[in-house]
Design a protein around this ligand. Structure first.
Ligand code: COA
Length: 325
């Protein structure tokens, strides 16, 4: 049984934050951000827009793309680390916004690898034949967990959402998926405040514990290794060669990580999809939006194989090979 993508859509907020804007907020330069990260602009959602608003906009576009009605969606999975609230899940809010009254809804927390984790979950739901259509969404409002006074992190992140609908397909589909985690490395990227370990208090707010903390240097080294290793592993599991891949869709964390991964995989620059210059790192939404943009491009045809690979907080990593249906 082949499970593939039948609909897709993404949403990014209108507001563009440029490197020039950031120069006015922290001690940084456009030159530093561009050469060290590849980022030029990122999108920032307005204060009255939550993750489920962006996710629902992306979800509606995915429905419009394939002509399914919201009532035909059996499961909604939202990958996010910036849900509207602890509970209910953002997926439940999406259900209510798009009118997917027959769907079972839940969120997945795997940080930047979240969309690839959710894709694999969605595929497994469909493989048991009980469900017909699964909506998988990666959506983040990272601007609310970013410390806008910390130049080491605030230049990196942005907001957005991407959605795909998975169903049984006659050709192509998700060929293989590889997931992994290392919980011993959780302190490389985490958000300490607001959970059951450090419940919200005056102190947690004063100590900026509701903003993400990152050890960028160590994460960088880990990323370069794990992105290539997990791409190699999923290729091996699929019985495919690097030369079978039309496009690499790497997580958009840093252009230097992207190019180092491409080099390790012997892929030509033209085979690597990059949108970090426009959107920065949108965590789980990065892979989702990148996949939507590539499926929308004129370059893609049935039978092309796409290799997605991501890493993130947890630490987590994941890779997936999709043949265009
Ligand atoms: N503007 C100007 N200078 C900055 C800066 C900024 N925005 N941020 C940091 N710097 C400075 C540092 O203070 C340091 O100065 P010093 O040498 O005087 O101490 C210098 O630049 C180098 O800092 P360093 O952290 O070594 O830079 P780097 O080359 O490792 O780049 C990151 C920093 C964050 C861009 C990079 O480590 C990275 O991308 N890591 C991975 C992050 C990631 O992937 N996160 C998401 C995971 S999903």
């Amino acid at each position: 049984m082949s499970i593939g993508i039948v609909g897709w859509g993404f949403y990014v907020p209108d507001k563009i934050l440029t490197n020039a804007d950031l120069e006015k907020m922290v001690d940084t330069t456009d030159e530093w951000i561009t050469t060290r990260t590849g980022i030029k602009t990122r999108r920032i959602a307005p204060s009255d827009m939550a993750v489920s608003d962006m996710a629902a906009a992306a979800a509606q576009r995915a429905l419009d793309k394939c002509g399914l009605s919201a009532k035909q969606i059996d499961v909604i999975i939202v990958a996010t680390i910036t849900p509207d609230m602890f509970f209910p899940s953002s997926a439940c809010f999406v259900q209510s916004k798009i009118g997917a009254e027959n769907a079972a809804c839940f969120d997945v927390s795997a940080a930047c690898s979240g969309f690839i984790y959710a894709l694999e979950l969605g595929r497994n739901f469909l493989c048991n034949k009980k469900y017909k259509n699964v909506m998988v969404i990666g959506a983040e409002k990272l601007s609310v967990i970013t410390d806008w006074q910390d130049r080491g992190t605030c230049v990196l992140f942005g907001d957005g959402a991407g959605a795909v609908i998975l169903s049984e397909v006659k050709s192509g589909g998700i060929i293989s998926c590889y997931l992994g985690s290392d919980g011993t490395q959780s302190e490389l990227l985490f958000l300490p405040g607001g959970g059951s370990r450090n419940p919200a208090s005056e102190d947690t707010v004063k100590n900026k514990m509701h903003f993400l903390k990152m050890r960028g240097n160590e994460l960088f080294k880990f990323a370069v290794r794990i992105m290539a290793d997990s791409a190699e592993e999923v290729l091996k599991q699929a019985g495919l060669k690097k030369s079978d891949i039309k496009y690499l869709i790497p997580h958009q964390a840093n252009s230097r990580i992207i190019w180092a991964t491409a080099k390790k995989l012997d892929l030509d620059e033209s085979q690597v999809f990059v949108n970090i210059d426009r959107y920065g790192n949108m965590s789980s939404a990065s892979s989702a939006v990148a996949l939507c943009e590539i499926l929308e491009s004129k370059d893609i045809k049935r039978g092309d194989k796409l290799l997605m690979v991501a890493f993130g907080g947890g630490l987590t990593w994941g890779s997936s090979i999709i043949e265009v249906s």
